[in-house]
Design a protein around this ligand. Structure first.
Ligand SMILES: Cc1cc2nc3c(=O)[nH]c(=O)nc-3n(C[C@H](O)[C@H](O)[C@H](O)COP(=O)(O)O)c2cc1C
Length: 175
């Protein structure tokens, strides 16, 4: 079974997780831009993107790629949300995958962090806006307060151990 890990990463977190996964599975690794056409050569595509305001980077583009049809797709997202914030993580999954897609596409969330140093001006501005609206929110849940604090300054909670369930799943896939 030919497997590739494809990632879209702006500040480096998703790339790091993608490299860890490719190392563990001894499989190919490619940036989304470079991989668009290559995808047709593979049976299993593991796709990862960072979360921006609830959306997984590059996923809409991947879904439109005709080369993904008939392939086994596995999705992972990296974000600043605490790994235990299950309500927020479930809403990220539901915002990005329809019910039907969730039946065939396993979804994994990997906590990463924030890297203001590697971030462009547009992302910094968007992030500041998100922090402000969370600060103003009156009925903020504990999970949202955690999220607000996580977005305010650079931090790195990425952890290689988080990829284990995905690795176990992929090793059991048969097509
Ligand atoms: C503009 C912006 C919006 C973000 N929105 C979210 C979000 O809604 N939820 C979340 O968990 N993380 C959010 N993050 C954090 C990123 O998802 C996190 O840093 C991710 O790992 C970035 O991936 P990358 O380094 O591969 O680009 C946001 C970051 C930026 C810059």
């Amino acid at each position: 079974m030919k497997t590739i890990v494809v990632y879209q990463s702006s500040t480096g977190f998703t790339k790091k997780y993608a490299q860890w996964i490719a190392e563990e599975l001894s499989c190919d690794l490619a940036d989304h831009e470079a991989a668009s056409k290559k995808i047709s050569d593979y049976d299993v595509i593991i796709y990862g993107g960072g979360i921006t305001a609830g959306r997984i980077a590059g996923l809409d583009k991947l879904k439109k790629n005709p080369h993904i049809y008939g392939k086994k797709l596995i999705l992972f997202a990296t974000g600043a949300t605490d790994r235990n914030a299950s309500k927020i993580i479930n809403s990220i999954r539901d915002n990005n995958l329809s019910q039907q897609e969730q039946e065939s596409i396993p979804f994994y969330y990997f906590e990463s962090g924030i890297n203001y140093e590697n971030m462009g001006f547009f992302s910094k501005t968007l992030l500041k806006g998100m922090c402000k609206s969370l600060q103003k929110k009156k009925d903020r849940t504990d999970e949202e307060t955690g999220m607000m604090n996580a977005l305010m300054k650079s931090n790195d909670h990425s952890d290689k151990a988080l990829i284990k369930p995905l690795i176990t799943y992929v090793k059991g896939v048969s097509i």
